[in-house]
Ligand binder design. Sequence first.
Ligand code: DMJ
Length: 574
Amino acid sequence: MARSRSSTSGPWRYLNPAYYLKRPKRLALLFVVFVVGTFAFWDRQSLVREYESEMTKLADEVNRLQDQLRNVEGKPVKQSTIQQQYYTSDKMMSRDAVEIDSLSKERREKVKEAMRHAWNSYVTYAWGQDELQPQTKNGVNSFGGLGATLIDSLDTLYIMGLEDEFRKARDWVANSLDFNKDYEASVFETTIRVVGGLLSAYDLSGDKIFLDKAKDIADRLLPAWDTSSGIPFNRINLMHGRAHNQGWTNGDSILADSGTEELEFIALSQRTGDPKYQEKVENSMKQFKKILPSDGLLPIYINPHSGTASYSTITFGAMGDSFYEYLLKAWIQGNKTDTVKHYRQMWETSMEGLLTLVRRTTPSSFTYICEKTGESLHDKMDELACFVPGMLALGSTGYGPEKSKQILTLAEELAKTCYNFYESTPTKLAGENYYFHSGQDLSVGTSWNILRPETVESLMYLWRFTGDKRYQEWGWNIFQAFEKNSRIESGYVGLRDVNTGDKDNMMQSFFLAETLKYLYLLFSPPSLISFDEWVFNTEAHPIKIVTRQSGTDSKLSSNPVVRPFGRKQGKIGS
Ligand code: DMJ
């Protein structure tokens, strides 16, 4: 008689508990296999985790030792090989491997979601145009139609691991980006957003299309430097190459507009092997060095023909700010060698000048930076000047211990003031500038908020340099205020008035380039875009540090191209 097919016959019998109850030896064997298997799996997982955390610890240790060495020798040292490997391996962006606490993880996911919302809104309503007007759901070409938001967003998408979005943007750059526009572009805005954004995308991804495009636009900007002093004009026609200054400056060039191109143009020379970009910006820097007063503070208007300063205001806010930022960062970009030490010296001179502008409010003793015209100080500070705490923290490490402490303390005090610019308004978003009247601490002047990044930028630096979680809390509060007041169904808008919450109709490209990127980094491990290997341009585009030495600098044209990464293109994620 044929045996009936049941669960006790064939391969199914092994699943029947009764089978094992009758065969205790097999049950024991099964148990042993299960235990050994589980142990092997668990052991492998914990080995991987241990390996990753050991790598992080080793990287930190190497950095610490390098710092010590730097202090002992007073010299820059080579990049950490371990850090280098971490970033150059194909697993470069699997950085979640580095532990961050679960709260930070949760918060940075929220920031990433905000980026997704801003980006998708731009894609839906303003694709390929410069900026999105979220209320009216249309794009505007505020920079000549160069896809400013798209280019400004490339590296943020990459760092956050928004792979599909990055690839789509990359294809637009490859197939549709056209710089041949009959448009009077701002040399400064085009450099920091477009050249900077493209170079950063190149340094991160290794995709040559970004470098080719950066070269194309930089070539169109270059004639702006053809002045008798070497200090550039601030506007140029992208199609015809005619450069000029706008009427309202009386023919003068603006300090920040003329002295915030070093990072991008030096990086371009390093990566293309063509020295002409670096030569232009370093030539104008020579002129700035010549006219730098003993307190290192230059007024905001400079005559491009004579190369001298016109009588005007000194400020770390609008029109002055990033000139000082780039003195420090050009030194860091060159890896702090003798070839670039004059940048550091100029920066230190300017910081002595800055100290003379520092005052405290009454009654609460908030520290702020005054503006100055002639010999008169004005008790006014722009939110734009809130990049200073971050810059001071970044520069503090180059001083001896005592001075370093003084500078870092000042950075912390100023960051507190900047945070209070936010905390003190009904919407918890900062106004554009503040006045400090005796007995009244701070009061908002121009009351709009256009999604600016400077305060969260400084919080990110301070958190990295001090490890104080208070800066993460402050950043989180600011992020929540943006979510509450600025987020609408079709993007993010600024406020016309931080007192009433009345909304404007513009999603500035720097919100995606800077504000959201710095917030994301505030909740990420410091090894993500580490300060040992990267320097942020003034639009928050990370540029790879490449050591500069006089010999290699002068041979740039015959040198092979400096490729920041040896790794394969295309692996992205966070
Ligand atoms: C950005 O374009 C840059 O950060 C620039 O240096 C200053 N202004 C905006 C952000 O506020």
